[in-house]
Design a protein around this ligand. Structure first.
Ligand SMILES: C[S@@+](CC[C@H](N)C(=O)[O-])C[C@H]1O[C@@H](n2cnc3c(N)ncnc32)[C@H](O)[C@@H]1O
Length: 210
């Protein structure tokens, strides 16, 4: 196995062909200062949503809708995406992206608020997929909520799980890096989950609830 995987990583991030809807959502993200998921992560989200035949999904950290469009494109025609963000401008931009993607308004439930306040109000064991891409200090609590929300065989997906290669470096001691490292290990050791770390984007941690 070659030690330097960076060209394979760049190749797989450049491979997905993103359409005008995605590019406009990326432009809005940039204008709002939102860091959207990478094209490679977007492609994985669409595949996971489709392969799992998810009917109910929760997204924590809507941003300007790049990841939401990717999820909606994988979810079936009757599936509903519940997406949460604390910033109303971000939610407004995301609604524009969902409409441009041709998604009927009743397929998305956009909730404005802090995830830590909103998640406890969602129903236990009612969701097939939970995607987390919000503030890192809140992550341990979001993971616990996600496990509660997921049905058996439901998928948990966490973006930025390798934090720009900082998680892999034991000398990386920034608070967010430490949180991500601890969460990655806690999920690996959690008997309720089976997990895998994908090097896609800035790291995508995927887990299935047993
Ligand atoms: C990295 S961006 C999400 C990008 C989006 N997933 C995408 O790829 O298009 C993180 C988002 O989390 C939101 N956020 C930050 N802290 C939050 C919190 N406590 N509760 C809910 N949303 C939060 C921010 O407003 C921001 O829109």
């Amino acid at each position: 196995m070659s030690a330097d995987k960076s060209s394979s990583w760049s190749y797989s991030e450049d491979l997905p062909a993103e359409d005008e809807v995605m590019l406009r959502a990326r432009e809005r993200s940039f204008e709002l200062g939102v860091s959207a998921i990478s094209p490679g992560v977007g492609a994985v989200l669409t595949v996971l949503a489709a392969a799992s035949k998810a009917q109910t999904a929760v997204e924590i950290g809507t941003g300007a809708g790049v990841s939401g469009v990717c999820l909606l494109r994988g979810l079936g025609p009757h599936a509903v995406l519940t997406t949460i963000d604390v910033d109303v401008e971000h939610l407004r931009a995301a609604r524009e992206a969902f409409a441009e993607a041709g998604s009927p308004a009743n397929r998305t439930r956009t909730i404005s608020g802090r995830a830590g306040d909103v998640l406890p109000r969602l129903t236990d064991g009612a969701y097939d997929l939970v995607f987390i891409d919000a503030d890192k200090p809140g992550l341990p609590g979001y993971v616990e909520q996600a496990v509660r929300l997921l049905k058996r065989a439901g998928l948990l997906v966490i973006n930025d799980a390798l934090d720009k290669d900082k998680v892999a470096n034991p000398a990386g001691r920034e608070p967010n890096t430490v949180t991500l490292r601890q969460v990655g290990k806690a999920i690996r050791d959690d008997d309720r989950l089976s997990s895998a770390m994908l090097p896609t984007g800035d790291g995508l941690l995927v887990a299935v609830k047993k």
